[in-house]
Design a protein around this ligand. Structure first.
Ligand SMILES: C[S@@+](CC[C@H](N)C(=O)[O-])C[C@H]1O[C@@H](n2cnc3c(N)ncnc32)[C@H](O)[C@@H]1O
Length: 314
């Protein structure tokens, strides 16, 4: 019924809903409905904090018995396979029925299953009257190891936001070159390196550059971090991420913010900016237009709201 296609399922809390949508618009050009997206675009779930599963659809059918028949006809033969059922919003299938269905599929595949160290994981789910069967790739959350980086600052950006910024800047295009223009201790750099992105960092503060380098080396990643005022960087990038300084980390006046954004605007045509204040005027002054935006309340302190601005050269 369907061409080769992917079904993505999402997870996020209330504070991240808008950020997840902003990320989805940047990657997939659409937002999730019922926390799922169908797309031809292939993304590794672990590169996003919000994508839980990616099902590469092999078969789909409104009729469950015919889906099983079709699976049998494919004569899939794999040693060490596993089948998982994942529940999408609105799926009325109860747990015992789900187990039965997993058995049906297990018996339709040739080979011995391995539940603990599977070579291949198949997935089954139901959405809007249709059964979907395919290859399942789940977010293994191994990027959470970055929470234990050697040099950490309590006011660094949240890891989920860091991952989203990388995706919003680079979209689904791995070939895009990125700069973290105010990289601090490297929270965003770590997520970009984990996702295999081409990224470099810059920060004016030598101590933070040193800490960012320690963090990057600790996880065996490699990138270049310039100890520099952003104004002295002349290399060009496809996009720059700018987590602007605010009073907690370093005092910054409107002049300072304008200085950083003016310099970033000279070296990238796409800017993904994080601010705590309204910077609409500065964005206009540097000749960029806001193409997307979302507020992100801080977990545990909903009054502290970060603003994410996606801007492109006019
Ligand atoms: C909000 S912090 C970034 C935090 C970082 N994203 C993290 O999670 O660790 C802003 C950073 O901007 C840097 N900065 C301020 N002015 C700068 C400039 N002119 N050029 C480059 N970096 C600058 C500061 O040293 C500070 O590390």
């Amino acid at each position: 019924m369907l061409q080769k296609n992917y079904l993505y399922s999402f997870t996020y809390d209330n504070t991240e809903h808008e950020l997840s949508n902003l990320e989805a618009r940047a990657i997939f050009n659409q937002e999730a409905t019922d926390k799922i997206i169908f797309s031809k675009i292939k993304v590794n779930p672990s590169s996003s904090a919000f994508i839980k599963n990616r099902l590469e659809i092999i078969l789909s059918s409104e009729n469950y018995p015919s889906l099983i028949e079709e699976i049998k006809k494919k004569k899939i033969a794999i040693e060490g396979f596993k089948v998982e059922y994942f529940v999408i919003k609105g799926d009325p299938t109860k747990y015992p029925q789900r187990l039965e269905k997993l058995k049906d599929i297990g018996y339709s595949i040739e080979g011995d299953p391995d539940y603990y160290h599977p070579t291949t994981t198949f997935g089954l789910c139901w959405h809007d009257g249709i059964w979907y069967f395919g290859l399942l790739i789940k977010d293994k959350f191994d990027w959470q190891k970055h929470q234990k980086k050697p040099c950490a600052y309590s006011n660094s950006i949240h890891i989920n936001i860091a991952k989203a910024l990388v995706n919003i800047a680079g979209q689904a295009k791995q070939e895009k070159t990125l700069l973290d223009a105010c990289c601090g201790a490297g929270t965003i750099l770590l997520e970009a390196c984990f996702a295999g992105r081409q990224i470099e960092g810059c920060d004016i503060n030598w101590k933070l550059c040193r800490d960012a380098r320690i963090n990057i080396a600790h996880f065996n990643y490699s990138t270049t971090i310039y100890r520099s005022d952003i104004k002295d960087i002349s290399k060009r990038y496809d996009a720059a991420i700018i987590d602007l300084p605010y009073n907690l980390l370093s005092a910054a006046t409107n002049q300072d913010l304008k200085h950083i954004l003016t310099a970033s605007a000279k070296i990238a045509d796409r800017l993904v900016i994080v601010s705590t204040s309204d910077i609409t005027n500065i964005i206009q002054d540097i000749g960029f237009q806001i193409i997307d935006y979302c507020p992100v309340p801080k977990k545990g302190n909903l009054k502290f709201i970060r603003k994410i601005w996606v801007c492109e050269k006019e």
